[in-house]
Write a protein that binds this ligand. Structure first.
Ligand SMILES: [Ca+2]
Length: 400
């Protein structure tokens, strides 16, 4: 049953997180390269609703999977993975615990977990209880995960270790490290400096939905709580850009509609982009999540953006990010709140939005885009089709 819970949680994560990178990022991009049929979207949407409903009703939404190393075929030393492999590395697995040791100064070893449990998902937190002695700290990885990203990626650097021989708990926020999909492999790394042996004892390693109360967190949570809102309550601030796309509809409109901006494109197969420039750029340095409330009807799904942000005005900035691509927009006429980790932290000088009509008329409403330092809790009312605008959104609702 726990595996089912993990699978469900993973599906939820996939739904909530911007996993798919838009194929055309610059605001002026013309790309409409990813096309999904509305039927497929509809089926997925229905499936999504069923799964989300099930999640609300089941107590299995919380998961905690401790990896029992003794059942997994052990750890394989990979001397070819580093330039200074130790000659006599030691690894031992006993039940949930494992010990790694390098015996010669200025050498190291990387070990690969031979087999990982089925259904282990790269979501939630990787929680590690460990004790380290004389490990050389550096920016090289402590843990490496093989997941949906080709070749895998680092989860945390060696420099995080507290090297004092005491027990510590480290919780790695997997979403923040950009982990996603199934965990197909895991590796651990130990380096000795001038002093040897260097050892790392892992008492337990588990994948959990939430970190424990007493823990070191990685990445470090933001220093300052922030809540930055674009409220979309003045349509006149949004300028159309017919030159930013190859199929503009000159007559497309953007108007105020009860606290939201309503974009309308009347001709099937046409679209429009609008942007708003911020005289005072929005500083996202402490923001970690984005929440976007919208609804849409008759939109054409494409790889280009629905909402986009850039570090400079004009459409071709140094830094930019697609907050939500058009093909991930739920096109069922209902209000949705899309929540995802923010991949980049920069100062927003311009935000751009786009509507593409598959059939006439294509309509999309955006109520708000909100950037927060903590994962936002969205009131149920925001998902209801009857609720309009964000007038009721006070600071207290968001806790920020
Ligand atoms: Ca609004």
């Amino acid at each position: 049953m726990r595996n089912v819970a993990i699978l469900l949680y993973s599906l939820r994560s996939r739904i909530l997180c911007c996993e798919t990178v838009a194929l055309s990022n610059p605001a002026v991009g013309l790309g409409s390269t990813v096309q999904l049929s509305h039927n497929r979207k509809g089926v997925f949407s229905t499936l999504t609703s069923i799964i989300l409903s099930a999640l609300c009703l089941t107590s299995y939404a919380q998961f905690d999977t401790t990896v029992d190393f003794s059942k997994l075929g052990g750890w394989q030393a990979e001397p070819g993975w580093l330039p200074n492999p130790a000659e006599r590395p030691v690894s031992q697995a006993r039940g949930a615990s494992a010990e790694f040791q390098v015996n010669e100064p200025r050498t190291g070893m990387k070990w690969r977990l031979v087999r990982v449990p089925d259904h282990l998902m790269a979501s939630g937190y990787l929680v590690v209880r460990y004790r380290a002695v004389d490990v050389a700290l550096s920016s090289d990885y402590l843990f490496w995960v093989f997941d949906a990203k080709p070749g895998g990626h680092s989860l945390a650097p060696l420099s995080l270790l507290k090297n004092d021989g005491q027990w510590h708990t480290l919780s790695i926020d997997l979403e923040q490290t950009d982990a996603s999909g199934h965990v197909t492999g895991l590796a651990v790394h130990v380096q000795a400096g001038d002093k040897a042996p260097a050892s790392l004892r892992i008492e337990s390693l588990s994948f959990r939905e939430d970190p424990p109360a007493e823990t070191d967190l990685y990445p470090q949570p933001p220093v300052q709580e922030v809540s930055i809102v674009e409220s979309f309550d003045k349509a006149s601030e949004w300028q159309p850009h017919t030159s930013w796309l190859d199929n503009p509809e000159e007559a497309a409109t953007i108007v105020d509609d009860e606290g939201a901006a309503l974009m309308t494109v009347s001709s099937a197969g046409k679209g429009m982009k609008w942007s708003k420039r911020f005289e005072q750029p929005l500083d996202l340095s402490e923001a970690r999540y984005v929440a976007l409330r919208y609804r849409a009807e008759n939109l054409a799904p494409s790889g280009d953006y629905f909402v986009w942000i850039g570090s400079e005005a004009g459409g071709r900035p140094q830094e930019y990010e697609t907050l939500l691509p058009l093909h991930q927009v739920e096109d069922d006429g209902r209000w949705h709140v899309y929540v995802a980790p923010l991949k980049k932290q920069f100062r927003i000088a311009e935000m751009a939005i786009q509507t593409q009509a598959e059939v006439s008329p294509g309509k999309a409403w955006i109520d708000y885009v909100k950037f927060t330092s903590r994962k936002p809790l969205i009131p149920m009312a925001d998902y209801l089709a009857c609720s309009k605008g964000s007038a009721r959104w006070g600071k207290s609702t968001w806790g920020g």
